[in-house]
Design a protein around this ligand. Structure first.
Ligand code: FA5
Length: 339
């Protein structure tokens, strides 16, 4: 009985060998090789099933049959491996051929991007201020109530806060998107002793109704100069100098009285193209209020200073004849490519 089983098993092994070798010859790619491996050599494959059947043989026969099956397994594995390597090489070659770049083809020019007009104008203004001896610094766009209002002489119930209708951060009643770049004045003065001479470019956010000259997100450049003996004459001289440098001789400026809790006196500046009936307000300015200097432990008896915050979009509108501030944000490629 046992001999019958041995014979039967060896016969099956022979058939398996013939069939497997035939299939091996027919293989044509690595995917089929893998299917072959699973079918014959896998954990539940045909050879494994034969090896399993060894268990019923008496021990003395089991060894000889086991050796024969293992030899068969080694032979098929080696043969399969040889074919796998061959197909892998062919497939890699085909892939490289398919991905090959023809470096002799003529080039197709790609359009380069350019800086947005607002970025260009910000850089142009920064350059002017750097030439006038100012250092460029930046501050956070998400601010605390303290820096945006309180340290600028606007306690919680101050009516001037209504001027800057704010976006608060949900869940943090003390945090808001800064409504102007002035909070950076405080941050800088807290860190440094005078003289301080800085400009601060950055985004500002207000719940302003959108119209031709107002956007809920816009850009300001803040300027602050604190030292001994700074007067209103420095303020006017600096403003007139950078306006002429930026706009050239075809524009004119006028100073108009204003009110800011953190400057005294305060004023605003309007600019127009000479001959145009329309003035546009470009900045708010003033002499730094003594209360603000005290807040950062500067002695107002010893030091004075001036500051202003100018609207970058408004500067760009005037210089480049853009009638509506919304044009900057509509991303019309014809507008963007003009500059
Ligand atoms: C201020 O923001 C003050 N922090 C300026 C300042 C700084 C005064 C330092 C004194 C000392 P005001 O709200 O006026 O001021 O804004 C200044 C400029 O920002 C305006 O003249 C205008 O050019 C621009 N601006 C204000 N709101 C908008 C808006 N919604 N869209 C576009 N530009 C704006």
């Amino acid at each position: 009985m046992a001999t019958m089983q041995l014979d039967g098993l060896l016969q099956k092994a022979k058939e398996l060998e013939q069939q497997a070798l035939q299939e091996l010859q027919a293989l044509s790619n690595t995917k089929l090789c893998e299917e072959f491996r699973i079918k014959y050599l896998g954990r539940k494959g045909q050879l494994a099933q034969l090896l399993d059947a060894l268990k019923v043989l008496p021990p003395q026969e089991r060894a000889a049959a086991g050796r024969a099956l293992n030899l068969l397994k080694e032979m098929l594995t080696a043969e399969l491996e040889r074919r796998m390597v061959e197909f892998a090489r062919l497939e890699e070659e085909a892939r490289l051929r398919a991905e090959a770049l023809d470096v002799t083809l003529p080039g197709r020019p790609q359009k380069l991007g350019s800086l947005h007009l607002i970025t260009q104008v910000t850089k142009e203004l920064e350059d002017i201020f750097v030439r006038l001896g100012f250092e460029v610094v930046t501050g956070p766009e998400v601010e605390t109530d303290y820096y945006n209002f309180e340290a600028l002489n606007m306690p919680k119930d101050h009516p001037a806060r209504d001027e800057w209708d704010s976006f608060y951060i949900e869940g943090f009643e003390d945090l808001l998107l800064r409504t102007h770049t002035s909070p950076v004045q405080i941050r800088v003065m807290q860190e440094r002793r005078p003289p301080v001479k800085v400009v601060v470019p950055g985004k500002c956010f207000r719940r302003d109704a959108t119209d031709a000259t107002h956007s809920p997100v816009f850009h300001q450049i803040e300027m602050l100069w604190v030292d001994k003996g700074i007067t209103l004459a420095h303020l006017k001289g600096t403003i007139l100098a950078f306006i002429e440098e930026f706009f050239g001789k075809n524009f004119e400026a006028r100073f108009v009285g204003d009110y800011f809790p953190f400057t005294e006196p305060s004023l605003q500046v309007h600019v127009r193209r000479k001959g145009s009936p329309r003035w546009l307000e470009i900045l708010g300015a003033g002499m730094v209020d003594p209360a603000v200097l005290q807040e950062v432990d500067y002695d107002p008896e010893e030091y004075t200073g001036f500051a202003f915050g100018l609207g970058v979009e408004r500067m760009a509108m005037l210089k480049y004849g853009v009638d509506d501030i919304r044009t900057f944000y509509q991303n019309d490629i014809r507008f963007i490519e003009t500059f």
